[in-house]
Design a protein. Structure first.
Length: 256
């Protein structure tokens, strides 16, 4: 059980981050949810999660594209036993047309934010003599596709950063690993299905298997619950010697 542990999950008002937060809460951890917005829905999400799992859930606004706000998120939380660096964005364009501001934003949110939050969280983990850093990379942290240069550079970068974090904390009961999801069924992905069905004149199942999951041999999406379960496992005693590595949750993508 993760009772009395505090987990901070960046970018967790939707999708994978929210799914991981739910599973960590189910395992007993107190939760800090985060995004760059500060809406009623954000705070209601925290309230509902607290009620559902009987843990403390706070929502703290911080923009992960800004280093100072990343550090402030951890300081404001005041305690961090489990840090999940999940916030991420995507942009697709050939290298010569790739907008510079998109490149900078992707490197800042998908990579540099993890540097800032980790730097702020490690002293707290050292004080508690226990810690877990879980970075959400991607199958694109291990393989590439065309037109996703910034995302792939950032995701390969966070895999490397995870290894260095693991080495610097190896004797302190702190572990750091990267989870590499394949295609995950999030609300964002679900929303793309109707348009893709129209574009290819295909049914839902055909679009999922032939177009979206072209590179995912299982022909099934991973779910946010499965990613949450993977995070809970990395927080368990069974995973205490798992550090500086990647765990793929990708239906066989990286075996191809
Ligand atoms: P999503 O868009 O549902 O979630 C992204 C989260 O990040 C949201 O909560 C959003 O509010 C937050 N966010 C974005 N910009 C932010 C900022 N500047 N500051 C703070 N928060 C910010 O997408 P998702 O699919 O759940 O993605 C979560 C992570 O998983 C990302 O790092 C993504 O690269 C990775 N991933 C997703 C898939 C997939 O198939 N969905 C596959 C592999 C990896």
């Amino acid at each position: 059980t993760l009772k009395d542990k505090t987990a901070i999950i960046t970018g967790s008002n939707s999708g994978i981050g929210l799914g991981i937060a739910h599973e960590l809460a189910r395992a007993g951890a107190d939760i800090v949810l985060n995004s760059f917005t500060d809406s009623d829905e954000d705070h209601k999400l925290a309230e509902a999660m607290a009620k559902e799992h009987g843990v403390t859930v706070r929502y703290i606004k911080a923009d992960m594209s800004k280093g100072a706000e990343c550090r402030a998120l951890i300081e404001t939380a005041g305690r961090c036993d489990i840090l999940v660096n999940n916030a991420g964005i995507q942009h697709v364009a050939p290298i010569e047309d790739f907008p510079v501001e998109k490149w900078d934003a992707i490197i800042a949110i998908n990579l540099s934010s993890a540097f800032h939050t980790t730097a702020a969280a490690l002293p707290m983990m050292r004080k508690a003599a226990w810690g877990r850093v879980i970075n959400i990379a991607s199958a694109h942290g291990l393989t590439a596709s065309p037109y996703k240069s910034a995302y792939i550079a950032a995701k390969h970068g966070i895999v490397g950063f995870s290894k260095t974090t693991a080495l610097e904390t190896a004797q302190e009961h702190i572990t750091c690993n990267a989870i590499c999801p394949g295609y995950v069924l999030t609300p964002l992905v679900e929303a793309q299905i109707p348009d893709t069905m129209k574009k290819y004149n295909m049914g839902r199942e055909e679009v999922i298997k032939k177009v979206m999951l072209d590179r995912q041999p299982s022909k099934e999406f991973a779910t946010v619950q499965q990613l949450g379960g993977t995070a809970v496992f990395l927080c368990s005693d069974a995973a205490a010697q798992i550090t500086g590595t990647t765990i793929s949750v990708d239906g066989g993508w990286t075996a191809l």
